[in-house]
Design a protein around this ligand. Structure first.
Ligand SMILES: [Zn+2]
Length: 264
């Protein structure tokens, strides 16, 4: 293994231990970029120290690193130029797809609708817990497995095929470099995923949040274009309407769902 990659892993592992957990993710994010399974990595940290520490090693691997807009690493020179240039403001709306390589559907969900993956998780949980749908159980299990490797704002739904394919590509890169990561890396990532899912699913039993969802997101999701883009079944809309109309039944499913997610 190239010496500069080992050095990069050491720096980021050490840094991750003493800082916020998401920094543990950085080494793998940079490796995804190095292996070109991800277009670019947005550092999203105001802490320039981390970027300054890793810059010489990142550059030695043939990657470009920018300190602008919280920091960006890519293998693509024209994306790097655009990130640093006057067009960034225009492209900013497409950060996910243009600069980072996110699936189009996931960015559309985030920017145009407002993230609704929690509603979709609820829909899948209902299928598992009430309808005893084994296929839905497999979908949820796969989603959790993928989330360990994926980034924020993806997948848009549990049926997002592009995100699943990405997670598979990320996983292969992970297997190549896992010897350089902390031993509990996967366990820690899984814990983070489960915690954020449990926190997120609580939105479904929160009337003000669901009121907003009903008012702003649901009418858009009902449009043919989005229904098609996110591959939403008619049943999804019915379940969400019914969840809002029956708070006590919804609460029961959400609570059971949390216990199920913890056990998977
Ligand atoms: Zn998607």
């Amino acid at each position: 293994m190239e010496e500069n990659i080992i050095k990069l892993a050491e720096i980021l592992n050490e840094y991750g231990k003493s800082h916020h957990y998401y920094l543990w993710h950085d080494f793998m994010q940079i490796m995804y970029v190095l292996k070109k399974v991800k277009t670019g990595y947005w550092a999203q940290t105001d802490d320039k120290k981390e970027l300054e520490m890793i810059a010489p090693y990142v550059k030695s691997l043939g990657l470009y690193i920018s300190f602008k807009h919280q920091g960006y690493i890519t293998y693509n020179k024209s994306k790097y130029n655009s990130w640093n240039g006057p067009w960034f403001g225009v492209k900013r709306k497409n950060i996910g797809t243009f600069y980072l390589g996110y699936p189009h559907c996931c960015e559309a969900a985030y920017i145009q609708i407002g993230p609704f993956s929690n509603a979709h998780i609820y829909y899948i949980l209902k299928q598992i817990l009430v309808d005893r749908n084994i296929h839905a159980y497999k979908t949820l299990k796969q989603y959790i497995g993928d989330m360990v490797f994926l980034e924020e704002y993806t997948p848009c739904t549990l049926h997002c095929e592009e995100s699943h394919k990405r997670a598979e590509r990320f996983k292969n890169v992970f297997l190549e470099f896992k010897g350089l990561l902390p031993q509990n890396y996967l366990g820690q990532r899984r814990k983070e995923v489960i915690e954020s899912m449990i926190k997120g699913i609580s939105d479904i039993e929160n009337p003000p949040i669901m009121e907003q969802f009903k008012k702003h997101s649901l009418p858009k999701l009902e449009k043919h274009h989005y229904k098609h883009l996110f591959k939403l079944e008619d049943e999804f809309y019915k379940e969400i309407e019914s969840a809002m109309a029956n708070p006590s039944a919804t609460k029961e499913i959400v609570e059971k769902g949390k216990r199920l997610i913890e056990k998977i």
